[in-house]
Design a protein around this ligand. Structure first.
Ligand SMILES: Cc1cc2nc3c(=O)[nH]c(=O)nc-3n(C[C@H](O)[C@H](O)[C@H](O)COP(=O)(O)O)c2cc1C
Length: 205
């Protein structure tokens, strides 16, 4: 979409935001393929990490990420599902700050399909033992040396399925910032569940 079409149009800006997210999920070269995802720790502190955006369902306002059930983000989300997601697309000149509620699903058809879609190398990450974040006395990938540096077989990665989960984020707000040399534009979109529509407003950038 061209700048002229959405610059002064809230609904087209929202449309462009979803378009950028969708292409971020599908295009590994897009900067929105790897946004920062923040959770809230048990101490009430924000904790961010980069994650690969795997899929976007605009109709459901849902984003999907893959992760290891043993990671600290999963513990955070099980305690408090509030998440914030941040990305910047320099070519599109758009910053997106989303917030919403996340759930972790390690079983079910969507998690199974996500596991099947992952490559053997991708699945291998979930074989780390002990789990991510465990202190180690020496430098380690967490993987058995036998499968480091080689393509694992489906049999070898099978036990990793138990550590794999999807993280589904129900997007509740989208904050849009578009950088334009003529004058930036900032907008906020809040999902109104009762009316089943987005409440939209411009903000001073
Ligand atoms: C480019 C990139 C992509 C990443 N993708 C993921 C991902 O999709 N899922 C994930 O759990 N961690 C991913 N990570 C690792 C996380 O940033 C993080 O280090 C790890 O998951 C541990 O996070 P936690 O202790 O907060 O749970 C990625 C890191 C980078 C640099």
């Amino acid at each position: 979409m061209t700048e002229e079409s959405f610059l002064n149009d809230l609904s087209l800006s929202l449309h462009e935001a979803w378009h950028l997210l969708q292409s971020g999920a599908g295009d590994r070269h897009s900067p929105l393929h790897t946004p920062a995802v923040a959770t809230v720790t048990g101490d009430g502190i924000a904790s961010q990490r980069i994650m690969v955006l795997r899929s976007v369902d605009q109709a459901k306002r849902q984003l999907r990420f893959n992760t290891d059930v043993r990671g600290s983000k999963v513990a955070d989300i099980r305690r408090n599902g509030t998440v914030s997601i941040l990305g910047y697309h320099p070519e599109a000149k758009v910053q997106l700050r989303l917030s919403g509620t996340a759930v972790v699903q390690s079983e079910g058809p969507v998690a199974d399909a996500a596991w099947q879609q992952a490559t053997l190398y991708g699945q291998r990450c979930y074989l780390a033992d002990p789990g991510p974040g465990t202190p180690a006395g020496s430098p380690t990938s967490g993987l058995d040396p036998d499968i480091e540096g080689v393509k694992p077989t489906p049999e070898q990665v099978r036990p990793a399925r138990a550590n794999f989960a999807i993280l589904l984020v129900d997007v509740q707000t989208i904050e849009w910032l578009y950088l334009a040399h003529t004058g930036h534009r900032r907008a906020r979109f809040d999902w109104n569940e009762a009316a089943h529509e987005w409440n939209s407003t411009w903000l001073v950038p």
